[in-house]
Design a binder for this molecule. Structure first.
Ligand SMILES: Nc1ncnc2c1ncn2[C@@H]1O[C@H](COP(=O)(O)OP(=O)(O)OP(=O)(O)O)[C@@H](O)[C@H]1O
Length: 263
């Protein structure tokens, strides 16, 4: 296995007496497609929130090892700092700027890589204007990769549902991550949109050379695209392995009792 670009050890998050995440270890290798699954309330989104700085974990370590860059500890960093270190994410519920255009939404993602400070933005000197022009070009380029270039000037709210979800991925990609964390990217998608999403995830890994960790309830999607699957239940990691290993794990079968994981 390549070196882990995301290395989470013993991660714990307590809310009062509830351990929503309980001593979880999870590693994602460079350019790996991995999934985090588990029944409702297992702690998956809380795990993402701890890794991306929304929550400060009550225990454990989150290490980022971006290829060719210095490793760094992410615990306790604010979400914008985590993004600057190369972790980008999408959310379970769509969080776009609905009254902004498709292009503007992606430009906001690019913002974390800007150099011009507040003064530059106020006085709009030559360097700032050049940077703005570059941001527009780069954002357009990202939209092309995601297949949304025909929609650049449309308002986000007017896009079909599947395209809005893709736009969220475009915005995350614009931050130049080494790993993308996707929280239920296929939720609410029709079968064709899910198929397109699968293709997009492969393309991102191949062309952008990034790792992808997704939370997903669609088992046929998870089992067909993941190289490694982590399973949580009641805050704990109960299994991790290849899709084939996971399907055979007695602990996983028990956690999913009555549900079809053999998709
Ligand atoms: N801010 C919070 N305060 C208190 N409890 C919380 C908070 N956030 C999450 N929890 C609790 O932590 C547990 C894990 O929730 P979480 O949303 O992480 O699960 P999940 O695996 O993502 O579920 P789903 O698949 O339904 O999205 C739940 O019992 C939830 O009620």
């Amino acid at each position: 296995m390549n070196e882990a670009v995301l290395d989470v050890r013993n991660l714990t998050m307590e809310f009062g007496g509830l351990r929503a995440v309980d001593s979880v270890d999870l590693q994602v290798a460079d350019q790996q497609i991995a999934a985090l699954i588990g029944p409702n309330g297992a702690g998956k989104t809380t795990f993402f929130n701890c890794v991306t700085g929304i929550y400060k974990p009550t225990g454990g370590d989150v290490m980022a090892n971006p290829p060719g860059k210095e490793p760094s500890r992410l615990n306790g960093l604010k979400p914008n700092k985590v993004t600057e270190r190369g972790l980008a994410r999408t959310f379970q519920n769509i969080r776009l700027f609905q009254n902004m255009t498709v292009l503007e939404n992606v430009m906001i993602g690019r913002h974390c890589r800007l150099k011009a400070g507040v003064l530059g933005a106020i006085f709009r000197n030559k360097a700032t204007r050049e940077e703005e022009k570059r941001v527009i070009e780069e954002s357009y380029h990202v939209l092309k990769k995601i297949g949304l270039e025909e929609h650049v000037n449309e308002l986000a709210k007017n896009l079909p549902y599947g395209a809005q979800r893709r736009l969220e991925i475009a915005r995350a990609l614009a931050t130049e991550p080494f790993i993308l964390l996707l929280d239920e990217p296929a939720a609410g998608m029709n079968p064709q949109e899910t198929k397109d999403l699968m293709k997009l995830i492969y393309q991102l890994r191949e062309n952008e050379k990034i790792a992808i960790l997704l939370i997903e309830h669609d088992m046929s999607l998870v089992m067909s695209i993941s190289e490694r699957v982590f399973v949580m239940d009641y805050g704990k990691l109960i299994a991790d392995g290849t899709p084939q290993e996971i399907k055979k794990s007695p602990a996983v079968v028990k956690a999913y009792l009555g549900e079809d994981i053999d998709a």
